[in-house]
Design a binder for this molecule. Structure first.
Ligand SMILES: C[S@@+](CC[C@H](N)C(=O)[O-])C[C@H]1O[C@@H](n2cnc3c(N)ncnc32)[C@H](O)[C@@H]1O
Length: 290
């Protein structure tokens, strides 16, 4: 598995500042956590999601957190809030088995595009050791690829080449490496607000994880863009069913979250984009083919 990313207090501020994320998690938690629920959270961070759960049940809430400083802050917050039924457990979720078994697991270990923070493996491991778990928030996670036409994408690409071109000096002309620069620009996932872009053609489902049941996050899927002559890029986004009613997504057509909008620019003539993920890996890998 990937090592646990070292979230700083500034990272937590960005996550707490994402009110879309918080509101959707709060709604799903209020839908699912009943007065008799026994709740566990993996990766409580500042403690916010366990606090939402603690407001719904008087039973124990076990808030697991790997990072020592976050675990301490979350503990201090629970004390200050009077949530004495929340127990902060400092450690890796894979080393902790709870008794009595929880009925609900909550986790927001969602990476930039989904699996990078190990959510699939974390949920599978925890469910295997806690078979009476009835509900996991989120329940499912899907990643999609959507061909788009986008002035934002084209402007960003032009700006990248222009920085090189404008710095050219006499015979030291960056046009000499234009092909390499193009490969570099189009080979990586980039993040930019994609508002104003336009969907062209069908989206492709890259992978669907049923959290708690899916064992491995690995996938490799081809996206065919050969039919879309005016395709500037492929927008990559996740959709996660926090429960049956609440959907959280990074699709650019929905309000933007702290995860941002991801895309891969399409090089001239490319027909297929392969997207893959192999844990441990810090990111999804994208590769264009003609
Ligand atoms: C994305 S943050 C979410 C924090 C908080 N739950 C929230 O929603 O604002 C994920 C947190 O999970 C912790 N974490 C990640 N994997 C973990 C694991 N396997 N066991 C325990 N803590 C973990 C990280 O240290 C981090 O604090």
């Amino acid at each position: 598995m990937n090592p646990v990313y070292d979230f700083t207090a500034v990272d937590h501020a960005a996550m707490l500042g994402d009110l879309i994320r918080l509101e959707l998690y709060r709604r799903a938690i209020e839908n699912q956590v009943k007065p008799d629920s026994v709740v566990a959270e993996i990766g409580t961070g500042s403690g916010i999601l366990s606090a939402y759960a603690a407001a719904q049940t008087k039973n124990k809430v076990s808030a697991i957190e790997f990072a020592e400083y976050s675990a301490k802050l979350a503990g201090d917050m629970m004390k200050a809030a009077g949530f004495h039924h929340v127990e902060i457990l400092r450690g890796m979720s894979s080393d902790i088995t709870l008794s009595p078994e929880p009925s609900i697991l909550i986790t927001e270990t969602i990476g930039a595009l989904g699996p990078e923070e190990n959510i699939v493996e974390i949920c599978h491991d925890f469910k295997k050791r806690h078979p009476s778990l009835k509900t996991i928030i989120p329940a499912r996670l899907r990643i999609y690829a959507q061909p788009i036409r986008s002035d934002v994408v084209v402007d960003a690409e032009n700006g990248f080449f222009k920085s090189y071109a404008d710095a050219s000096f006499k015979s030291f002309n960056f046009n000499a490496i234009r092909g390499d620069l193009n490969n570099i620009w189009t080979s990586r996932i980039r993040y930019r607000t994609l508002e104003g872009s336009e969907n062209i053609g069908e989206r492709t489902l890259l992978v669907e994880y049923k959290l708690g049941e899916t064992e491995s996050s690995h996938f490799s899927t081809d996206v065919d863009v050969s039919r879309y002559a005016d395709c500037d890029a492929v927008h990559l986004y996740f959709e996660t069913d926090l429960d049956g009613e609440v959907l959280l997504t990074t699709n650019y057509q929905d309000p933007e979250t702290h995860w941002g909008n991801a895309y891969v620019s399409k090089p001239e003539g490319a027909k297929t984009l392969n997207v893959s993920f192999t844990n441990p890996s810090p990111t999804l890998v994208t590769q264009w083919k003609n």
